[in-house]
Design a protein around this ligand. Structure first.
Ligand SMILES: N[C@@H](CCC(=O)N[C@@H](CS)C(=O)NCC(=O)O)C(=O)O
Length: 290
């Protein structure tokens, strides 16, 4: 390993310049709104403000799964938040999520609208609201929540650590890539060992634990994020691969992945979702063909 000895941190860090690389322009060391911006509100009880990143997709998959199960109260309007343009720093968005990150949900069916932020909290809120996709037996529920929180604690090492330094950082730093590759492979091995002989994370039933974990770890092994499947020898995690493929083929997952997606093939981009028919009529290949 080569050692970089060119930087000595000063006594006090100063925010002087962008750090470079993808996403540098949206990174700030301060919280709060940067501008006044009203968010649109549609006709359904649930209003989602999001983008189809792995964290965003968790929620749209959950909503599509709930609708597929017949919970019509899960009908929702989904609006695109362009994080590259700084939409997450608009005043209305910050009032829903003071942390300025997608996804953010506003439930208008309660006496006064309920705000929910953090994708894990949104999954739990929806599972409890509709009594679905979360076991009711206390021990099984506890196991499911352990995996939900495992994902919330682990994915930043995968996304903010491995994904950032392997794919997005303006320089490839061996120390950082080694450190986060080690951790990512360890996490994949945790999942692989756990999924041995199991259909889903919590046994025979598909739950919010699967919905939380799949958009990150499923995407890595299926090579839909970071283009790192070969580097990580993803094929070796055969239980994760089998589980990832089975979830990938679910119709609700296919729909959920399209909502608030503003990249990739045009026929898979549904920037805003207001009705189940939008998947057939309002994808970008139909609205804005090139
Ligand atoms: N722990 C949060 C993480 C959310 C998050 O990091 N969202 C990213 C996109 S995946 C975002 O909005 N980034 C914009 C920014 O950092 O300004 C969750 O799971 O909801």
């Amino acid at each position: 390993m080569t050692e970089d000895t060119t930087y000595t941190p000063p006594d006090v860090w100063k925010w002087e310049s962008e750090s470079g690389g993808n996403w540098a322009s949206i990174n700030r060391p301060i919280a709060g709104a940067t501008h006044e911006k009203e968010l649109p509100v549609g006709k359904h009880p649930l209003q989602l403000y999001s983008l189809a990143t792995p964290n965003g997709v968790k929620v749209t998959i959950m909503l599509e799964e709930l609708l597929a199960l017949g919970h019509s109260g899960a009908e929702y309007d989904a609006y695109l938040i362009k994080i590259g343009d700084g939409d997450q720093f608009g005043s209305d968005f910050v009032s829903i999520n003071p942390n300025s990150k997608i996804p953010a949900l506003l439930d208008h069916s309660t006496d006064s609208p309920t705000r929910v932020f953090e994708s894990g909290a949104i999954l739990l809120y929806l599972a409890e609201k509709f009594s679905a996709l979360l076991p009711t037996d206390h021990a099984a529920r506890t196991e499911c929540l352990s995996w939900l929180f495992w994902q919330m604690g682990s994915a930043p090492y995968l996304g903010g650590g491995f994904g950032h330094f392997y794919k997005y950082a303006p320089v490839k730093i061996e120390y950082c890539i080694d450190r986060f590759t080690m951790e990512t492979k360890r996490q994949l091995d945790v999942l692989d060992k756990h999924l041995e002989g199991k259909k889903y994370m919590c046994g025979d039933d598909y739950t919010i634990a699967d919905i939380a974990i799949w958009p990150w770890y499923g995407a890595v092994v299926l090579n839909t994020v970071y283009e790192a499947a070969e580097f990580l020898e993803a094929d070796g995690y055969s239980n994760v691969m089998r589980w990832a493929k089975s979830i990938d083929s679910r119709p609700a997952v296919k729909r959920g992945r399209m909502v608030n997606r503003s990249f990739g093939p045009l026929d898979e981009q549904l920037h805003e979702r207001h009705s189940s028919t939008d998947f057939d009529t309002r994808t970008e290949d139909k609205l804005n063909p090139v």
